[in-house]
Design a protein around this ligand. Sequence first.
Ligand code: MSP
Length: 524
Amino acid sequence: MTSGRSFYITTPIYYPSDLPHIGHGYTTVAVDALARWHRQAGDDTWMLTGTDEHGQKMLRAAAANGVTPQEWVDKLVTESWFPLLETLDVANDDFIRTTQPRHEERVQEFVKALYDRGYIYAGEYEALYCVGCEEFKPEAEIVDGTGPFEGLKVCAIHSKPLELLQEKNYFFKLSEFQDRLLELYKTEPDFVRPESARNEVVSFVRSGLKDLSISRSAFDWGITVPWDPSHVIYVWVDALLNYATAVGYGTDPEQFARRWPAFHVVGKDILRFHAVIWPAMLMAAGLDVPRGVFAHGWLLVGGEKMSKSKLTGIAPTEITDVFGSDAYRFYFLSAIAFGQDGSFSWEDLSARYQAELANGFGNLASRTVAMISKYFDGVVPPAGPSTDLDAAIHKIVADAATAADAAIERFRIDEAIAAIWTIVDALNGYITENEPWALAKDEAQRERLGTVLYTAAEGLRALAVLLSPVMPESTAKLWVALGAEGSIGALADQPIRDAGTWGVLRPGSSVEALTPLFPRVEQA
Ligand code: MSP
């Protein structure tokens, strides 16, 4: 199923200086759900994630643990970052590490190409640097410290003191790209989404761009500047290039032409790197700019951005061990408007698990399969003539599928799930209204009973397909229980953009017992 248009989507590459938390997991499952949707629609899909392993932050974390930076990242990546993908059921196509030769060599080539094209020059620099952000901070993000940091300048994001750095650096002529960037945002209004992120980027660029320091000489944990081995390439320049090196930039022109340009999904904390610096770097190299950058909001815990450095970090396994990976994926992707901040709380998670997953979707699946077993010996009955009630379901399913696909095009996974959930609610209402248990008592209503149960089962068929990108595990179980695997093929092969077409499930197929999709959990 790869005949369709190219869809290449990336997560940020994470710093493995520390353990993953639910914020990293949030971005990753969002990108995975978008990738799974497009893959199932037949688009030529490629999902990339990975780790950003150079820089001062990594060097210090390694030193604090008494090992070399390479030993530190190898340990964290194998013990924690690869397993995160298993924990969250992520089907990425590739995982890039910036310490891999396939990346390091191409980064040097890219930077050399910019140097040769005259976009890089040597200069003196003195500015306040935040190691947490790995960034020289703009005025607007420097604030006065409080408590132990009274009297010091601190980073507005990390609340940690900034360091005054004075170095000879190489600079990238970012200031030359101001007009071309503004033109890009104008001609491609969807280049930065959502609207609020776009506005922020446009006003930032309008206020004027300074050239960017792109090398460091005070430490050596990085990729060497090819024409001056006393410098390493600035970790953000190194990191952004992963999106190109991972798909064959400089080594595999065919693969690069097939995949590039990408869509980038990032947290709003790193929007400017992706929507300003990265397209300017690509323009300077004569390459296509990304297809778009989508910035999502922050997960807040107790009203503040959740972060490991502020000790509010929650490990994804704390959630998946209790509720499972599907519930993790469903919760974060449905409860938070994609693009806005959202508060995480255990109460909210438990309540939604119970109401929407266990009582809503899970119960609909269990009772439909159980009634087919009980009243039709486990064989999906044929549908008789449709009534208005049935026709209303057909229309809700068709409309929901169309609306969900349109929402996914806008990257609004939350809106897609809300559209799909109209099917769950409608089918639960339909069963209550039609009372199949009452119809079963009257032999004269046998055909009607069959129609009602076929309608519920066929609605579940559509739900399994539409929800599989968000909840791959439970929808796969449901698929088998509906007897669909044997009669209409694998769930992954069902074209998602046709999911709303009515009448795909075959009467005569045998259902199988279904254990609860979302079992009762002991309160965390
Ligand atoms: N290494 C850089 C990214 C380089 S991309 C070329 C980096 N890494 S990070 O480990 O700090 O990850 C940042 C990303 O993790 C955010 O952009 C966001 O996607 C995710 N999140 C980290 N904390 C988060 C929240 N509290 N809430 C939501 N997302 C969060 O920056």
